[in-house]
Design a protein around this ligand. Structure first.
Ligand SMILES: [Mn+2]
Length: 243
């Protein structure tokens, strides 16, 4: 059995999400052979040289899960794309490329974070191309820590104006881009997060029935997709209110 989650947006300011996630790691996740985290695992990540006690606690919990026998795979999201080798070593997880082609019970499946599918957000796509090119990444990673902290605070204050990201504020995927990439990789199943619109969409790709499964974000509920011999099942559970 394989489990997939995304968009937890973990941060110290949301102990309810952290608690639910740690509980998930100690219970349901232990039954799985592999756990895939498809991006925006952290609300923000300014570099592996800024790892706090909070981050260490999360890394250690992931490490314990893999020591217990569940392989952990992590993909970057648009908020935590600076997660690097040091965190992955600490957490004992494998960093996945976006997109990643995997084999689930003999089926070829494409995994993505999902932000690159939202091609109608032209300003964002331009910024993404700039941020993800190797030279910009090199410059970003080598900015002084204080500068990166200042940048993160600025971004944070701007997004504080809208409370938490709602699906209505995130541009949805472009249908033509979905079919283009699924055709390119020859898959009938695509799984992604990012849009905060949990659902399973039936599609036709190259004349064949196909599906796009969207993982839910963790906010008032947590969402987990289970893949086993019976297929794909996403379920949600209510997060306990903050004490
Ligand atoms: Mn995202």
């Amino acid at each position: 059995m394989i489990l997939l989650i995304s968009d937890l947006h973990l941060e110290q300011e949301r102990p309810d999400i952290t608690r639910a996630f740690l509980h998930f790691l100690e219970t349901q996740a232990r039954q799985a052979q592999a756990l895939y985290i498809l991006g925006d695992f952290f609300e923000v990540w300014i570099g592996d040289d800024a790892i706090t006690a909070f981050h260490q606690k999360i890394a250690q919990a992931l490490r314990q899960l893999s020591e217990h026998g569940t392989q952990v795979f992590l993909m970057h999201g648009n908020r935590d794309f600076l997660i690097g080798k040091q965190f992955c070593r600490l957490a004992s997880c494998t960093l996945l490329r976006d997109p990643a082609l995997v084999d689930f019970n003999g089926e070829k499946v494409l995994l993505m974070h999902g932000d690159s599918l939202c091609t109608q957000d032209i300003a964002y796509m331009k910024m993404r191309r700039w941020l993800r090119n190797p030279l910009s990444l090199f410059i970003l990673r080598n900015l002084p820590l204080s500068t990166r902290q200042k940048l993160a605070r600025k971004l944070r204050n701007e997004s504080k104006l809208q409370t938490r990201m709602k699906a209505s504020e995130i541009v949805d995927v472009t249908a033509s881009e979905v079919s283009r990439i699924m055709t390119q990789y020859g898959v009938q199943t695509l799984i992604h997060g990012h849009t905060h619109r949990p659902a399973t969409h039936a599609l036709q790709i190259a004349g064949q029935p196909a599906q796009r499964i969207v993982l839910g974000d963790w906010d008032k509920h947590g969402w987990v997709l289970q893949v086993d011999a019976d297929g794909y099942h996403q379920s949600s559970f209510a997060l306990e209110a903050e004490a």
